[in-house]
Design a protein around this ligand. Structure first.
Ligand code: ADP
Ligand code: MG
Length: 359
């Protein structure tokens, strides 16, 4: 359906896209992941010609998009794009947002456009908001309207550029649910996203972008569980871990706990395990001696079925598990009960305490 070959995009001397090659078939759902600044947005913008590529070719059903004779607006209508910021027309009602383009650009009758718009609003769960103004909607609702508005143009492919990253965390799932529904209906989609669980569950293929290339591509299992190349491995590894630095005994324990909570939620760990690991972190901090340069790391690997907490501190060699202080004995006992394994080592002048959680 879409064929991209040797696509490049330079901004002055900055080569953002160097050599992008991909074939996308009808009904595929492609997630595009990678560090920021690696050209993910630029790729989507080149695909629907919001940016003029520097070189290479893009063809849709055999029609070369970059040919001077190609009817660009017509091709562009076949690719709907959903942005981070919803870009709804503020002075138009929801249903007017959905009908304006089909009537003006595709010559549909008002009735036809209205019927279609109501079907789409039902699809995204917002039929009762048809006559509301965008300002009366929540962020998640606005984004669902933006998706319906795209669909109103009957595109053959939908391009999403981080559709949930401007949303309040409580509204992410309603938007993802709509995208999931579209995928079940066979919609072809390319989605730039940071929602890795979602990407893993919904995609037929994952593109990891780096160095101006589709640096590595594969099935979600291949990319998330078994990346082959260095940078992909490092990126996936970073996703699995959370790091927190402590610089003094007066550090903000609640901020640390909140970060751990978010991390556990992101990986869909149970409430029981979440509170156990948070308590384990708190107890193991209580038995530390030196807080001026302490690093806390939490790493989760679904594949290996492990959740590991690591505390690394500076100062003289000190194994907190060997404390004889009676007051702290109860804390040590709790730690042993909450974990599967605790291991102390001295590495590069740092005290490293590794606590393996029982999943
Ligand atoms: P990503 O979406 O992966 O975070 P982008 O595609 O937004 O990355 O940007 C890739 C690089 O291109 C960045 O270094 C960005 O600063 C640069 N860039 C993007 N748009 C422009 C532009 N219009 N002019 C100049 N540089 C740009
Ligand atoms: Mg971007």
């Amino acid at each position: 359906m879409i064929s991209i070959s040797h696509l490049s995009k330079h901004y002055g001397t900055l080569a953002v896209l160097k050599d992008i090659n991909a074939e996308i078939s009808k009904g595929e759902v492609i997630s595009i992941i990678g560090p920021s600044g690696t050209g993910k947005s630029t790729l989507l913008r080149c695909l629907n010609l919001l940016e003029q590529p520097t070189g290479g070719a893009i063809s849709v059903d055999g029609i070369n998009l970059l040919d001077k004779h190609t009817d660009v607006p017509k091709i562009r209508q076949r690719m709907g794009m959903v942005f981070q910021s919803f870009n709804l027309y503020a002075h138009l009602t929801v249903i007017e947002n959905l009908t304006i383009a089909p009537v003006k650009l595709r010559g549909k009758s008002k009735k036809e456009a209205n019927d279609k718009a109501m079907d789409l609003l039902k699809l995204v769960g917002l039929a009762e908001k048809a006559h509301s103004l965008p300002e009366e909607l929540s962020g998640g609702q606005k984004q669902r309207v933006a998706i319906a508005r795209c669909m109103a143009m009957e595109p053959e492919i939908l391009l999403f550029d981080e559709p949930t990253s401007a949303l309040d965390p409580t509204m992410v799932s309603e938007v993802l649910a709509v995208i999931r529904k579209l995928s079940r209906e066979g919609m072809t989609m390319m989605i730039v996203t940071h929602e890795m669980e979602f990407a893993k569950n919904i995609s037929t293929r994952v593109f990891y972008m780096d160095e101006g290339l589709i640096y590595e591509e594969g099935s979600p299992e291949q990319i998330f569980e078994n990346p082959k190349k260095e940078k992909t491995k490092a990126f996936i590894h970073r996703l699995r871990s959370m790091n927190y630095h402590v610089g003094s005994p007066d550090f903000d324990l609640y901020a640390l706990q909140a970060e751990m909570q978010v991390f556990c939620e992101k990986h869909m760990l149970s409430k029981e395990l979440t509170s156990r690991v948070i308590l384990t972190a708190e107890e193991s901090l209580l038995i530390q001696r030196d807080f001026h340069n302490l690093d806390i790391g939490l790493t989760y690997s679904e594949k290996e079925g492990s959740l590991t907490l690591v505390l690394e501190s500076s100062g003289d060699p000190f194994n907190p598990m060997e404390i004889s202080d009676e007051e702290k004995q109860i804390g040590l006992l709790m730690l042993r009960n909450m974990t599967k394994n605790i291991h102390y080592s001295r590495e590069a002048d740092r005290n490293k305490l590794l606590l393996e959680m029982q999943l």
